[in-house]
Design a binder for this molecule. Structure first.
Ligand code: DON
Length: 488
């Protein structure tokens, strides 16, 4: 959670999961050193020690103005009284059918006969409502030490996982300095490690600042080429250098410096640089998307940008019995073996190897942009590896191409993450002519049917805050009617 108070002071609440104390570097490898398929993604062994309850409480404790109980109440009502299932949710609930045999806890998201809920049906979660009531009453202690902790540990015993009482009691949300950079006169404030989000975003923008993107034109072959080359280099650095700052020297000052970006620009030519020339390593892509992002600006000008996640769709698929919530499969965000691609095709090395108590690297990038010290934009998205490039594109579309918030959030997206060495493009993002000239420059293009990201953004103009939810998702701007927006 990136947060900025009305006074302008910014801070960052890191409530990333941690590896359990019983975790070890090769825990997902067999005796021959091969990755055991599905072990870091399905079942109790995939779960990191959850951080959400501690993180949200920490933000409340430090900066909140309403009583904790009142803050949890809307979630309790949604769980107890239910809400109508949307088309998109229905389709993701249908995908759960194949897992219900192995993970019977998932039946709580289905009709009583085990068939999938249809659009318009009501999804009620009475057990989760009771869990939330406990959290409302006793705060994080209920979750990390009390009855809920007992349920988690019991679920671990039944499912062969290793999250222990000690892990839960020892979990702490951390306050960190947000990462800062700049782009064309705007200050960019974003997520520090253990997310790679801010660092990779700032590195991409620093490289691109040296090119006249506006002169090259929105979505022109040249603009896309330079954006892709910047993305390729920044993601290669992510794979090599980034990990939990409590365990790894991230070399951040250099990675996000303008000088380093200038050095990298020297290696960029009018032709695609094969990713294999930047550093060697295998990579494949398999994109999934299940993460939540929201932003809020209040009347005092305080703002938060929050991204949080179970990682994959429905996480490890394990529902904690008697507590009604899903466990994450965030352990897969570690480099479970050097060079082995995670769910998002991302590879990593030593810096992001598993160690007890360590936080796995993330791509989450809750971000704010400021102009002359004044809040201008609050921004974020889900999308795994594509989170960072989605944020970069929205910023570039607005700051280089002068697009409106609506147009920038709606614009077609493309993504390059070093490995696999291809541009992943949304359906219809590239026309035939553009495609040909990118291929002539040496790029490979992979079309994807699933959309990239689900961005949520707020633009502050004068005393008005205007929200925009990605047309790709189910989100909606909420809150009070904005005042007449001032000029940009
Ligand atoms: O922390 C990360 O980078 C991933 N666990 C985020 C996963 C994600 O965004 C999935 N979403 N759609």
């Amino acid at each position: 959670m990136l947060l900025r108070l009305g006074s302008g002071e910014a801070s960052f609440v890191d409530f990333r999961e941690t590896a359990p104390l019983g975790a070890s570097r090769d825990m997902y490898l067999d005796s021959l050193g091969n990755v055991i398929k599905g072990m870091s993604t399905l079942g109790a062994m995939a779960a990191g020690v959850p951080g959400t309850v501690a993180g949200l409480y920490k933000a409340h404790e430090l900066h909140g103005s309403l009583p904790w109980r009142e803050l949890v109440e809307p979630a309790i009502s949604l769980a107890r009284d239910g809400f109508p299932v949307s088309e998109r949710l229905a389709s993701s609930l249908r995908e759960l059918q194949e897992y219900k045999g192995r993970f019977p806890g998932l039946l709580q998201f289905m009709k009583s006969d085990g068939t999938p809920l249809a659009p318009g049906d009501t999804l009620r979660q009475p057990i989760l409502a009771r869990t939330l009531e406990r959290i409302a009453l006793d705060g994080p202690d209920a979750f990390y030490r009390g009855a809920i902790a007992e349920s988690i540990v019991e679920e671990m015993r039944l499912g062969g996982g290793i999250v222990s009482k000690r892990d839960l009691a020892g979990y702490e949300a951390r306050i960190r300095e947000p990462l800062r950079g700049s782009y064309r006169g705007y200050e960019i404030v974003s997520a520090p490690p253990p997310s790679s989000g801010g660092a990779v975003l700032i590195e991409i923008l620093n490289i691109l600042e040296g090119y006249d993107l506006r002169g090259m034109g929105f979505m022109s072959d040249q603009t896309i080429h330079y954006m892709v080359e910047a993305e390729r280099r920044a993601y290669a650095d992510r794979a090599q250098f980034l990990g939990d700052p409590d365990f790894t020297d991230n070399r951040l000052p250099r990675l996000i410096s303008k000088e380093y970006a200038a050095d990298l620009r020297k290696s960029i030519t009018p032709r695609a640089t094969p990713s294999s020339e930047l550093s060697a390593g295998p990579g494949t892509s398999r994109e999934k998307r299940e993460t939540t992002h929201y932003g809020v600006v209040d009347r005092e000008g305080a703002a938060v940008a929050v991204t949080y996640t179970l990682n994959d769709s429905f996480g490890s698929r394990v529902v904690v019995r008697g507590a009604g919530f899903l466990l994450n499969n965030e352990m897969d965000d570690f480099a479970i073996k050097p060079g082995h691609p995670n769910l998002y095709g991302l590879v990593g090395s030593e810096a992001n190897a598993i160690e007890p108590g360590k936080r796995m690297l993330s791509s989450m990038a809750p971000t704010m942009a400021l102009r002359d010290g004044k809040l201008f934009l609050v921004l974020g998205t889900p999308g795994g590896a594509t989170i960072i490039t989605t944020i970069a594109q929205i910023l570039i579309d607005m700051l280089d191409f002068g697009m409106s918030l609506e147009a920038a959030v709606s614009a077609p997206r493309f993504h390059h993450q070093w490995l696999p060495d291809h541009i992943s493009a949304e359906n219809g993002a590239f026309g035939a002519y553009l495609r040909r000239s990118l291929v002539e420059k040496g790029h490979r293009i992979e079309d994807r049917t699933a959309p990239i990201g689900d961005a949520q953004a707020i633009e502050v103009r004068g005393s008005a805050a205007c929200g925009m939810s990605d047309p790709r998702g189910d989100g909606q701007p909420g809150g009070v009617e904005p005042a007449e927006p001032g000029p940009r």
